[in-house]
Write a protein that binds this ligand. Structure first.
Ligand SMILES: [Zn+2]
Length: 216
């Protein structure tokens, strides 16, 4: 048996043990699909646009409910889920930002102790997949310099103060005059993305836009 055939058999065995699954309902799907037909029917007809009260533009693929919510929560425990979700987010970006040009795709960073604990940044997994799909380079432009409390434990203005000055631009020369798209898994009150956008703008970016999988 040639090595090629051996590899093919190993691949078949692996895909039988770990088949591709729908990121929303976990149903087994064909390898080339990124979700099942039933879940696809539940997708909103259009991308969700940001609220007028935010001082930045953000588009989201899904409302934060049912299986969409479950998928975003599971992404924090299962890194590979970022790939199908990133592909779906890339489609929303192509639709929602059809007339825009981006120079850089970046992600909301995690504080280093949190990154160590989880082993990865879920926003980065999404952003890297989007970067591949829409052919815009992924660059880390922000550092998280403050170990903030979890935003969902806080209310109203406390959320704003929690993230204030929590991020720092890594290199202003890379950011200067660029159009930057920031990716995160979810947007709730908009405090985190708003603060990231503010820091990137202050570092000299031309335009800053945001995109998330879910909007609460
Ligand atoms: Zn499904």
């Amino acid at each position: 048996m040639t090595i090629y055939f051996r590899l093919m058999i190993i691949e078949k065995i692996i895909s039988a043990i770990f088949p591709s699954r729908c990121p929303f309902c976990r149903k087994v799907i064909r390898e080339e699909e990124f979700c099942c037909e039933d879940c696809k029917k539940k997708f909103p007809n259009r991308v969700i646009k940001s609220l007028a009260k935010w001082n930045f533009t953000c588009i989201s693929s899904f409302p934060y409910c049912e299986n969409f919510r479950k998928a975003v929560l599971t992404l924090k425990k299962q890194k590979t889920l970022g790939i199908p979700l990133g592909k779906i987010l890339a489609e929303s970006i192509t639709e929602g930002y059809a007339d825009f040009h981006f120079d850089i795709i970046t992600a909301v960073p995690l504080y280093k102790s949190k990154f160590k604990k989880r082993g990865y940044n879920q926003a980065e997994i999404l952003a890297r997949e989007v970067s591949k799909k829409i052919s815009v380079p992924y660059i880390e432009v922000l550092d998280k310099i403050k170990n903030t409390k979890d935003q969902h434990l806080l209310k109203g203005r406390a959320r704003m103060f929690n993230v204030l000055n929590a991020y720092r631009a890594k290199d202003k020369d890379i950011i200067a005059n660029k159009n930057i798209l920031i990716i995160d898994d979810i947007i709730t009150t908009g405090c985190t993305l708003g603060e990231c956008a503010r820091v990137i703008r202050k570092a000299g970016a031309n335009k800053v836009y945001c995109a998330t999988v879910c909007r609460a």
